[in-house]
Structures are given as structure tokens and as C-alpha cells.
Design a protein around this ligand. Structure first.
Ligand SMILES: [Zn+2]
Length: 324
């Protein structure tokens, strides 16, 4: 895709970092499609030597904007439980109509938003003057959507997805990442631009910088007396004693803890990764590969660690019932 590559001026990279980066952890979109789903998936890049997750730098942003890599941005900074922006992802039929409707009503509230086109619909962005609590952002945006009768995605039900997707992050979690704007979508082999400025990286950043940002005072006023719509509250965490019942030996075997459908592909059984599933990822159900020959060997394509997977199935490494 050489014609898609561009040169990003330093000021664009710095402005992008300031506007979009709220935590240093990030994801990368795969260059090649997943062998099972044929989709370009996201994973957490790691340092080859140390195995540590890579931290975002200005150079990461430069490579993303120029088109060499494509990154996903996490919404919530766990240290503050705040977000720097809200992004509304809609990719169903009539998605753009719903996004334009939202944008209209945001403006009635004095909130400016920017529409970025996407592969199948669009992403509507609201930028914040300072990082604000994820929970408050969700109360405002989800509440408005529901008052307007715009569906909010829950499970398999179609609707808008609001980033941040969580009110707060649990320890060790990252939450959901959204494709960083203005880069190249690997699957579509295309750049998607914001409405409101020409298809030029400097004009786009200039437009985003010029947008009024929502302040904490404004948000507090908009959500006064409101709470998260009850239908959007996360389900109570499940305690699954029946899953433990099958556990007999002293060794952890992932298959004892999987209750999603397995498909055999070559030497592996493939299924939905429990850790990805906790955050609403891996809907195509093929991130987790478990060796048929030795089910003690398993790996998540999206980069979840064994500890994350074990925690997600309710059997963390420290648990006395599961000895490694
Ligand atoms: Zn995973």
C-alpha cells in the first residue's frame, strides 16, 4: 500500500499524542489476516527480549500516522479511571444516520463532536479538555443515546459501542481499544478521514485541534442527578462451582475450564479466549488455540497472558485449588 504512506510532520505527531493518548499501553492491528477468521486482529505488542508489553512513544504515533503500522488506543487510564475522549463506534445498517442524530443532539448540549468514517460505518469522537471519569462520560453518552432510542450494543444485539466501554477498570485489565484514527485500516487497506477537513493529515489535525473540548464542569452539569442506565450495568460476576467440579487432578488443564464451542484446526482446538471475552473481544471465537496433543499448551492470539486467561476462568495461578 505504498500510495497510502505519507510523511507526518513532528507537530502532527505531538498533537496526535496530546489529543488521543491517555495511556502508554496499546494494541497493534495484524499485518496479515488471522488464519481462521481471515480478519485482521489486534494484539498487544511485546518486547522480544523481556516479553514486556511495549509502551507507546512519539515514534509509535509517527509510524501509525505515516501508515507503517496501525495501532489501537485504550480508552481508560487505570491509574485515574479517566478518559481523554469518548468514541462512538457504529457499523450496522443506518449507523451513520444514528451518529449524525447523536452529533446533532450533542450540539444542542453545547458539545462538539467529530465524525470519522470507518470500514462499515463511522466513529463519532468527543474530545475532553482534561481527562474525565469514564463513568461520567458513559452516563452522558449512553443516557442520551437511550433517550433518543438509539440502540446500544449488548451481547449480540446490534447498536452503538461507546468507548470507554467500562465505568472503571479492574486491576490488571486494559479495557477496550479502538483503532487509532488517521492511520491505515489493514483490512480495508484504506485511510479513513474526519468530516470537516480535507483529506490531508495537517488539515485534519488542525481541524481536530480547533474543536471545542468538553470540560469537566460541562459534563458535571449534563449528568447532574443521572446514573448509568440500569440495562447497561455489567452483569454480576459469576461464581461457577460446576466448572470446578470437573477439575480432578492437581494440574491446571485449560480444557476443564472452557465451556465455549471448540473447533479443531490442524493440531489445535480453537475457541473464544475467556480473557478476551471478559472485555467483549474475540466475537469470532478463535483467539485461543489449545494443542490437541498436549492441552496444557495454549495461547491467545491477541496476546492475553496465561495469568490473564487463568484469572478469567476463575482459576488464577495463586488459587490453592489449582497447582501448576
Ligand atoms: Zn485473549
Amino acid at each position: 500500500m505504498p500510495k497510502l504512506l505519507l510523511k507526518a510532520p513532528t507537530s502532527v505527531v505531538a498533537d496526535y499524542f496530546h489529543l488521543f493518548v491517555n495511556r502508554r499501553a496499546y494494541t497493534l492491528q495484524s499485518n496479515r489476516p488471522h488464519p481462521e477468521s481471515a480478519r485482521h486482529y489486534y494484539y498487544r505488542p511485546k518486547d522480544r527480549k523481556t516479553g514486556q508489553g511495549l509502551s507507546m512513544t512519539l515514534d509509535t504515533i509517527r509510524r501509525h500516522v505515516e501508515g507503517e503500522i496501525t495501532i489501537g488506543l485504550y480508552t481508560i487510564n487505570r491509574a485515574t479511571q479517566c478518559s481523554k475522549w469518548v468514541a462512538i463506534d457504529a457499523d450496522y445498517e443506518n449507523a451513520l444516520t444514528d451518529l449524525l442524530k447523536l452529533s446533532f443532539y450533542f450540539r444542542q448540549d453545547g458539545v462538539e463532536s467529530a465524525l470519522e468514517h470507518s470500514h462499515r460505518g463511522g466513529h463519532l469522537w468527543i474530545f475532553l479538555a482534561e481527562p474525565l471519569p469514564a463513568r461520567d462520560c458513559r452516563i452522558y453518552v449512553c443516557g442520551l443515546a437511550m433517550r433518543l432510542g438509539i440502540p446500544v450494543k449488548r451481547g449480540r444485539k446490534e447498536g452503538i459501542e461507546v468507548f470507554p466501554k467500562h465505568d472503571a477498570l479492574k486491576p490488571g485489565r486494559y479495557g477496550n481499544a479502538i483503532r487509532g484514527p488517521l492511520g491505515i485500516h489493514r483490512g480495508a487497506a484504506q485511510r479513513f478521514w474526519f468530516d470537516g477537513a480535507g483529506e490531508d493529515i495537517e488539515k485534519q489535525m488542525c481541524y481536530l485541534n480547533s474543536l471545542p473540548k468538553m470540560t469537566g464542569e460541562q459534563l458535571a452539569r449534563l449528568i447532574a442527578g443521572k446514573a448509568i442506565p440500569p440495562q447497561l450495568l455489567p452483569p454480576e460476576p459469576k461464581v461457577e462451582p460446576e466448572m470446578r467440579r470437573h477439575f480432578s487432578g492437581s494440574e491446571f488443564r485449560i480444557l476443564d475450564h472452557i465451556n465455549t464451542k471448540l473447533r479443531t484446526v490442524g493440531h489445535n482446538n480453537v475457541t473464544r479466549c475467556p480473557s478476551c471475552a471478559e472485555e467483549g473481544h474475540d466475537r469470532s471465537g478463535d483467539n485461543l488455540s489449545i494443542s490437541v496433543e498436549d492441552p496444557r499448551k495454549y495461547i491467545c492470539w491477541a496476546g492475553c497472558t496465561r495469568d490473564m486467561i487463568r484469572a478469567a476462568v476463575g482459576c488464577p495461578r495463586t488459587s490453592p485449588t489449582c497447582v501448576t
